[in-house]
Design a binder for this molecule. Structure first.
Ligand code: NAD
Length: 489
């Protein structure tokens, strides 16, 4: 007999406990072969003084069970609280966030009846590295970090996912016309890895027009892979145009660990009233069942849910949508009654909507990734961007001062403000803040710059009474310039 899979469950905050109880009732009635350990995460844990929203003991349970089904939580207002989701994703290496967005038209009204796409979102990097600094009174910075191994993992995962689901096309979206190094690398790795998957149709869209197309003609897409922030936004757009954010589930997948959830939040205003729709979390649970190989149970629940929706038994959120179309044939029920309606239909299948068929193993399991080794590539120091804080100086004066102290090894190449060239060749219209990036490069292209050259330069900058606030060294890596030019350069 198959042993039961131990999983960890968090009932969360707001509507979390109600939708989790409803989901678990359906799972158990359908014969899910699972045993649950419940942990407390979220608001209460934060307010008890734990800034990560989860206790070390609960982290140990997550580590032991490896599979986590999580209801939404409330992060208290005010500073100092760290995101539980980001913490769990990063601690356990859940690098892939899989978010299907499917239309159930006409039962859930949608302008896009044929939509059936999956967004595969990179889950650990990008602006979510959370490395932020205020550098001057006027200037704030958040570092966008994309790594080559992180990108390879998510791109390879997306190709494997597309193939294993019997899907045909993988679209990559980036903003590499502007972010040529970070997003440019993501696009390049997509093209590189894509050569290993000739059976899958491949395309790339710039994220702005790509996002517009998701909103306007989502049926054109199949699977879409994106860096973290774009994927976060695009998947909410996709879920909403498919019908409702309240319906979509999501899987956070790593090599060893996985977390499943609804994409919506804890909707505190709806809490405790038996109103909330448990479907998003139920879809997360279906992805979990597929992940742990209980395809039979996943299929049974999915079909019963489709039949319930087809019978127009719905919670308030969908009732409102249906009513807006002038349709009067529907039954509005509460969270518990909705769960009962699904349980009553276990064993039944929808007659109009596409029947869920998980006969063949359809796993969202990750494969151990392989990486191209780039660690041995030659890096050559060629200079440094010295950032200076000065709220009174103008670009010309700063430029002349720095030219005079650049020294025998380094030369001032340019100064930019907010990324726009202001020296040499200043346009008087360009708005300047108190934050100047001053680029120094080696004078002799045949001999490398050294750290000593840069240290000596900084001493002269200080002696000149200028306040340097940070350095960003400039390299050639593998023979290529590894930094961007500034706007106007
Ligand atoms: P939300 O998704 O909680 O709610 C937005 C609105 O959507 C609600 O007012 C409600 O009308 C509707 N809604 C959402 N889920 C629903 C459901 N299952 N059934 C019926 N209606 C539903 O977004 P928010 O109000 O911006 O955030 C509330 C809290 O949730 C915040 O504390 C936020 O930090 C947190 N949050 C948590 C997660 C998570 O744990 N994964 C995700 C997003 C937001």
């Amino acid at each position: 007999m198959e042993t039961k899979q131990r999983i960890t469950i968090a009932r969360g905050d707001g509507i979390g406990p109600e939708i989790m109880d409803a989901t678990m009732e359906i799972l158990m009635a359908a014969g899910a072969r699972i045993e649950a350990d419940y942990i407390e995460v979220g608001e209460k844990v934060y307010l008890a003084g734990n800034s990560s929203g989860i206790s070390p003991e609960s982290m140990e349970i997550l580590r032991r069970n490896k599979i986590f089904l999580k209801a939404p939580i409330t992060t208290p207002q005010g500073g100092g609280y760290k995101s539980l989701n980001v913490n769990v994703r990063k601690t356990f290496g859940l690098y892939s966030n899989v978010r299907p967005a499917v239309s159930y038209h006409p039962f859930v009204p949608s302008a896009h009846p044929k939509m059936n796409l999956v967004i595969v979102r990179e889950n650990e990097e990008d602006l979510y590295a959370g490395i932020e600094h205020q550098q001057t009174p006027e200037v704030f910075q958040c570092l966008k970090i994309l790594t080559r191994p992180g990108t390879e993992k998510i791109i390879r995962y997306a190709f494997e996912f597309t193939r294993s689901q019997g899907r045909k096309k993988l679209t990559c979206m980036t903003k590499d016309n502007i972010m040529k190094l970070t997003d440019g690398m993501f696009h390049k790795v997509f093209d590189e890895v894509g050569k290993e998957y000739p059976d899958i149709e491949q395309e790339h869209w710039i994220i702005d027009i790509g996002m517009a197309k998701i909103a306007d003609s989502p049926a054109d897409f199949d699977v879409i892979v994106m860096p973290n922030l774009y994927g976060d936004i695009a998947s909410d757009v996709a879920a909403q145009v498919a019908g409702s954010v309240g319906l979509a589930g999501s899987a956070n997948i790593g090599d060893e660990y996985a977390m499943f959830e609804a994409i919506h939040g804890s909707a505190p205003r709806r809490a405790g009233q038996n109103l909330a729709n448990p479907s998003g979390l139920l879809h997360g649970a279906i992805l979990m069942l597929l992940h742990i190989g209980q395809n039979d149970v996943a299929e049974k629940i999915h079909n019963a849910w489709l039949k319930t929706i087809e019978d127009r038994v719905v919670t308030y959120d969908l009732a409102r949508k249906i009513k807006e179309t002038g349709e009067t044939n529907y039954t509005e029920v509460g969270t518990r009654e909705f769960a009962q309606a699904v349980i009553e239909r276990l064993g039944q299948k929808p007659s109009t909507l596409k029947v869920a068929d998980y006969g063949n193993p359809v796993s969202v399991q990750a494969k151990k990734p392989t990486f191209k080794n780039v660690r041995d590539q030659k890096t050559e120091l060629v200079g440094s961007d010295v950032f200076i804080h000065d709220g009174v100086i103008d670009a010309q004066t700063l430029g002349h001062k720095l030219e005079a102290i650049a020294g025998e090894h380094l030369k001032l190449v340019m100064i930019s403000n907010r990324g726009q060239l202001v020296y040499p060749g200043h346009h008087p219209e360009t708005f300047c803040t108190d934050h100047w990036r001053c680029r120094f490069e080696r004078r002799d292209n045949n001999s490398p710059a050294t750290h000593a050259h840069i240290r000596e330069l900084l001493s002269r900058v200080e002696a000149e009474g200028l306040k340097w606030i940070k350095l960003e060294n400039l390299y050639y890596i593998d023979g290529q310039r590894a930094y961007s030019l500034s706007g106007g350069q």
